[in-house]
Design a protein around this ligand. Structure first.
Ligand SMILES: [Zn+2]
Length: 283
């Protein structure tokens, strides 16, 4: 599942590839990939003849300006990805949408093996039909997201740290790998995923905040964490996987202390941590 860094990498890649292109025609091969509007002709009519403007992002949502008054909002879910292709290659398996551009040799294909992705065409800034975006909390890369705010979000709630961090209505964009990584601190004691948010101390909260930003920036720089069959842009694989400290490292030695990394279900999700560096009670 792509998390904030992977969607940001897609945003940056597509910004170079499709900004200012004019959509000539849209082919819909799997209408159910369009969540809103219900009618695929309305979706096509709203896009055809329009110029692509700025590409934005909030949490795991990609937001593409369409002409002056609309936005195409995309959530990739499990396996969605975009790639530029010549129009004659658009009939491949797993391609559900194809955008033809005026005067261009290549169009934009949306490829999604599991078909869980969501497309919405909405009036600019009106996200009422996109529940997850309408209710989205603050994005970690939002310039206004300070440590004081992060501290307030944790202290005002009595929840398992892992559950709170995964809650998109509190902080938008963190998923399983980012959460596991940001709770492990290099060179010092980190935070167990099942700790309670309001019981964290200042050192722990500061550590999480800085680690969150470090991990996100590092992952974006390396093209994201390209696990399973997810790749971005035109098949470029993200390299962040090699930087993972705990996620997907069950049984391997902790980089701080050598203790085998443990995997346990916390808040319904498999969570990876070092039992020595991330004790489940404050020492
Ligand atoms: Zn350790």
């Amino acid at each position: 599942m792509p998390e904030l860094p992977e969607v940001e990498v897609v945003r940056r890649t597509l910004t170079k590839e499709i900004t200012n292109k004019v959509i000539k025609q849209v082919d819909v091969f799997w209408p159910r990939i369009i969540t809103y509007p219900d009618n695929q002709d309305e979706f096509k009519l709203g896009l055809e003849g329009q110029k692509i403007g700025k590409l934005g992002r909030k949490g795991k949502y990609l937001i593409i300006e369409i002409g002056q008054h609309h936005e195409l909002v995309v959530h990739f879910r499990m396996t969605g990805k975009f790639k530029l292709l010549p129009p004659e290659e658009r009939f491949q398996k797993h391609i559900h949408l194809f955008f033809h551009f005026q005067g261009e040799k290549e169009g934009l294909a949306y490829h999604d093996v599991r078909k869980f992705g969501d497309f919405f065409l909405v009036p600019k800034g009106d996200y009422r039909v996109i529940k997850g975006l309408y209710q989205a909390g603050i994005d970690p890369l939002d310039a206004s997201f300070t440590y004081e705010q992060f501290h307030g979000l944790l202290k005002s709630r009595k929840r398992l740290v892992k559950a709170l961090l995964l809650d998109q209505s509190v902080i938008a964009g963190l998923g399983n790998y980012l959460c596991d990584e940001l709770l492990w601190f290099p060179g010092e004691q980190g935070v167990h995923p099942a700790r309670l948010s309001h019981e964290l101390n200042e050192r722990e909260m500061k550590g999480m905040y800085h680690r969150m930003l470090d991990v996100i920036h590092q992952s974006i720089r390396l093209g994201g964490n390209s696990f399973r069959d997810f790749s971005y842009g035109n098949g470029i694989k993200g390299q962040f996987k090699q930087m993972l400290k705990v996620y997907a490292r069950e049984g391997k030695p902790c980089f701080n202390c050598g203790t085998p990394i443990r995997r346990e279900t916390v808040a319904g999700r498999s969570s990876h941590f070092c039992p020595a560096c991330q004790p489940d009670s404050i020492s």
